[in-house]
Every structure is written in structure tokens, then in C-alpha cells.
Design a protein around this ligand. Structure first.
Ligand code: ADP
Length: 309
């Protein structure tokens, strides 16, 4: 099953989250049933990230949005575990600082976008400026309502500059959210996550869902697609996200750059014993070395002649 097709939001479609089953688990019975596939995708992600880093041509921006308790942290943990820290980063966007508020809302976002060869995950994003900001009326409607187009333009510019953008909405239902909050109460390693606002924000559930539906309906394009990931089952969420990332990166048709040095010459000069093991006779090696020296002498000669001229 290709989740890249199944969970992709088609441009201009009217999204109704109430009709998308947050408890979907595909054809899988349980976590065990996906473990081999999950491992396969993780390994492939490792390879593809290494390739992206080496090619140094593309970059990948992963945008993660969810209701509180939706599993952004868990998804990041799973996805990033497959990657070399040297080529990736995670940026969390919290309530804007005074300095950030003194700029336009995309200012803090733009400077954190990935450079070539890198992968960046946005844990929350510029979409907060049409979600929490809208739900709580932090700016006037005439301001936030223009932001959908502004965001689309911003993302188009990033895409035109070589950034591949993938956006995931981790879709849980209201009961699952309460269950997760409840579980945190009994788990010492999760208690630190509990905040009053988690519970007070639940009162705005419907308004948030409406705002998300607008985002999904207005801001999904081929150059920056949204995917709605059924996320009540954490293992299914990880599987779908990993598969979509692998398919997206494979679509870039990346290639390792050709070596910039003469591999044969280097092997012969510095790794004679390795060459010998692979069947090259020592005599041949010496002959090749002589040839190399001759070449260098000739080159030097030519350079000297040029200088004289
Ligand atoms: P998280 O819930 O992502 O793990 P926090 O608990 O620190 O992290 O929550 C970050 C908070 O910052 C959220 O309540 C979110 O709505 C808020 N936030 C993010 N961006 C903005 C913004 N542009 N304007 C107002 N609040 C924002």
C-alpha cells in the first residue's frame, strides 16, 4: 500500500477531518506486524540521507503539526533515529519572543530552513500563525486570513530554490488525546510534559479542527503537499511517515557525485598492498608508478614552455 497516495491531500480538496479515521491501522494487526517493514524503511532513510548529504544539491523540510498529545515528539524520535546528526536538525517553534514578534511572522521561520544537503524537521511551524493565532484571535481576521496565500508563496519560493517540502498532520481523535494525557499522569518520564494549557486548549478542540481543515484545504500543493496521518496508533503513524519520506526522497533521483580524484592513481600510489590483494602484480604497479612520474615530468615540461612563451 502506498501511503504517499492514500494520505495525500489533493490540491483544492475540501478536507473533513471528521471523516478521516484517526484509528486507521491499514492491513496490520498490531505493532509486531509492522516491525520488519519499519526497520526496512529506517535503513533506507539512512541511505537516502547519506546520499542527500553527499550530493549536496537538494534539501528536505519536514513540517510536523498536530493537536497537543498528537505524537510530534515520538515521530521525530523515530524518524531522526535513522539519520546522521551531521546532516539534520529539529527546530521547535514556541510562543514567539518579543524580537520575533517585532518582525513579520515568517522571519523566524525562513532563517531555519534547511541548507543544501540537509534535512530539517519543523516541530510546529509557520502554520501556528493560522492555527493558535486564529483560534485565540491573536491578530485580526483580516490579517490571518491573508496568510494562507502568503504561506503558499513562501513555500513555492523555497521549493523553487531546491527545497523539497513534506507536511504531516498527525491526526488523533479527542478520546485518544484525553487517554494520552491520562497516561502521562502515571508515567514519571512523561509527567513533565503535563501542562494546564493542554486541558484548557481541549475546550477549543472544534475550533482547532476547523482551522486545521482550512490549512489542509488551502495549502496543499504538489510542491508542498500535506499528508493527514492516522496517528492513534503510534506504530502505524511511524510506518506511514517513514514510507512517505522514503518515497519522497527516492523521487528526487539523487546520485553520489563522481569522485574528484583519480581513484586508480591513488590506489596505485598509496594502497599498493590492497591492489596486490585484488590481483595486480607488484611489477605492474611499479610500471604504472613510473608512467605516472613520466606524465608529471611531461606536464611540468609543458608548463615551463608555456611560461617561456
Ligand atoms: P510542544 O507542544 O510543541 O511540545 P510547547 O508545549 O512548548 O511545545 O508548546 C509550544 C506552544 O507555542 C504551543 O502552545 C503553540 O501553540 C505555541 N506557539 C507556537 N507558535 C506560535 C505563534 N506563532 N503564536 C502563538 N503561539 C505559538
Amino acid at each position: 500500500m502506498s501511503y504517499t497516495n492514500e494520505f495525500h491531500i489533493k490540491t483544492g480538496s475540501k478536507v473533513n477531518l471528521g471523516k478521516i479515521d484517526a484509528g486507521d491501522q491499514g492491513d496490520y494487526e498490531n505493532e509486531e506486524a509492522v516491525s520488519a517493514e519499519l526497520k526496512k524503511y529506517s535503513q533506507r532513510l539512512t541511505e537516502l540521507q547519506a546520499l542527500m548529504y553527499a550530493e549536496n544539491k537538494h534539501s528536505l523540510l519536514i513540517v510536523l503539526q498536530a493537536m497537543d498529545g498528537g505524537g510530534k515528539d515520538g515521530t521525530i524520535h523515530h524518524v531522526m533515529a535513522a539519520m546522521n546528526p551531521q546532516g539534520c536538525s529539529v527546530v521547535g517553534f514556541k510562543v514567539p519572543t518579543a524580537e520575533e514578534l517585532a518582525h513579520d511572522y515568517l522571519w523566524r521561520i525562513h532563517k531555519m530552513t534547511p541548507t543544501k544537503g540537509h534535512i530539517t524537521v519543523f516541530n510546529r511551524s509557520h502554520y501556528e500563525d493560522v492555527l493558535v493565532v486564529r483560534v485565540h484571535g491573536l491578530v485580526l481576521e483580516e490579517i490571518w486570513s491573508k496568510r494562507y496565500n502568503e504561506i503558499n508563496e513562501f513555500e513555492r519560493e523555497l521549493a523553487n530554490s531546491g527545497t523539497t517540502i513534506v507536511k504531516f498532520f498527525l491526526h488523533i481523535d479527542k478520546e485518544e488525546q484525553l487517554k494520552r494525557f491520562r497516561d502521562r499522569l502515571d508515567e514519571p518520564d512523561k509527567q513533565w510534559k503535563i501542562s494546564d494549557s493542554d486541558y484548557t486548549e481541549r475546550e477549543y478542540w472544534d475550533e482547532y479542527q476547523r482551522s486545521y481543515m482550512d490549512v489542509l484545504s488551502k495549502c496543499s500543493f504538489n510542491y508542498a503537499p500535506w499528508y493527514v496521518i492516522p496517528a492513534n496508533h503510534k506504530w502505524f503513524r511511524d510506518l506511514a511517515v517513514s514510507q512517505i519520506l522514503v518515497e519522497t526522497l527516492e523521487g528526487l533521483k539523487m546520485k553520489y557525485p563522481a569522485p574528484s580524484v583519480d581513484l586508480v592513481a591513488i590506489k596505485q600510489k598509496y594502497h599498493a598492498e590492497v591492489a596486490e590483494e585484488s590481483g595486480l602484480a607488484a611489477v605492474e604497479l611499479m610500471a604504472d608508478e613510473e608512467q605516472l612520474k613520466e606524465k608529471k615530468v611531461k606536464k611540468k615540461g609543458k608548463k615551463k614552455k608555456k611560461k617561456k612563451k
